[in-house]
Design a protein around this ligand. Structure first.
Ligand code: FUB
Length: 333
């Protein structure tokens, strides 16, 4: 392990009132949680929020994160072991803003997928690997070819793994034409189909795209694509879980600050909008992921209610109900 912050381990303060009544871990600000259960242990891959003095602007420059945290929970009621992994200084191509990560596993190799801005200020997607779910992770020398923007999420399906990315405005999705960065902000008109996240199948070693990206379409219940002016449309934070054979796309609607879901019978979509999973939280952003632990479903999410500052957030967990009709609703405390 090399570099600042890699391999640091701390035991987080146990939340006395129980896992649903406070932040998962205290004494550190964490956000953008992506949860995975491997060998019965819950690992939460999270952004590490810090006050660095970066300017506050509409592109989210004040979200100036420099490394990631992995929260390890052997038991929801037990202590949280916090690991500091992958500092921006240890990623050859990355300059700043280590935004929402995800992780994946193939055999005995663990993969951390992460966005960061390069020296030209372009958000690209990187991959780092480790022989342990808690790192240390060693970054590939270059970001992934043919994809960019933010908020990578990997769905490991029966046959293959799929990478989803995207976030508009500060996340730059509107500057990507498929796998090409245009540098030009192109937003659809309010009555036109909304920008959707991008998806592509990954190669077997998870280190490259196996195909060009495709845009994911979210439709209303009648099959009509949601428009850019529709408050239900995609903004950022794609996450796909397969529940009872159905693909659920979870995402943030942005301006409306709502975490919603849409369903499909294919990882590529189109997805049909289903409704709100989590009402707006305190703070400028909302993001989440879904995990199943000991047969029960949970939503991992973040908010800024403890700090009152948009960019100093805490990861929390809430029970998630999977209704008989496939609707998902979270019950935060
Ligand atoms: O944490 C930085 C950004 O804020 C994430 O990438 C977005 O999803 C939002 O949570």
């Amino acid at each position: 392990a090399t570099g600042t912050g890699v391999d640091d381990v701390a035991v987080g303060t146990a939340v006395e009132a129980g896992p649903f009544d406070g932040p998962l871990v205290e004494g550190v600000f964490t956000a953008d949680p992506s949860g995975h259960v491997w060998d019965g242990v819950l690992y939460v891959y999270a952004s590490h929020d810090e006050e660095t003095g970066a300017q506050h602007d509409d592109d989210g420059s004040h979200f100036d994160m420099r490394d990631y945290r992995v929260l390890e929970l052997r038991d929801l009621a037990g202590p949280v072991i916090e690991h500091a992994v992958l500092h921006v200084d240890d990623v050859p191509w990355a300059d700043r803003q280590m935004w929402a990560p995800d992780a994946a596993r193939r055999g005995d190799t663990f993969y951390l997928f992460f966005p960061a801005k390069d020296a030209e200020g372009v958000f690209r997607i990187g991959v780092a690997t480790s022989s342990s779910p808690t790192g240390p992770f060693i970054a590939e020398c270059a970001p992934l070819d043919g994809v960019g923007s933010i908020d990578p999420a990997v769905l490991t399906d029966d046959d293959a793994a799929y990478l989803y990315v995207g976030g508009i405005m500060g996340g730059q999705l509107q500057r990507w034409d498929g796998g090409t960065y245009t540098g030009v902000d192109r937003y659809p008109a309010p009555h036109e189909p909304a920008l959707g996240p991008l998806v592509a199948r990954l190669t077997d070693d998870l280190l490259a795209l196996a195909e060009p990206t495709r845009e994911v379409v979210v439709t209303d219940p009648d099959g009509v694509p949601l428009t850019q002016g529709d408050p239900r449309r995609f903004f950022e934070g794609p996450w796909v879980s397969k529940i009872d054979g159905v693909y659920h796309l979870l995402y943030s609607t942005g301006g409306a600050h709502t975490l919603v879901h849409a369903t499909s019978d294919s990882p590529y979509g189109p997805f049909t909008y289903r409704g709100t999973v989590l009402e707006p939280v305190a703070g400028w952003t909302t993001q989440g992921s879904i995990v199943q632990l000991d047969g029960a479903w949970y939503l991992l999410y973040h908010d800024a209610r403890s700090s009152g500052r948009d960019h100093l957030r805490n990861v929390r967990i809430a029970p998630l109900t999977v209704h008989p009709d496939g609707r998902l609703t979270a019950d935060p405390r």
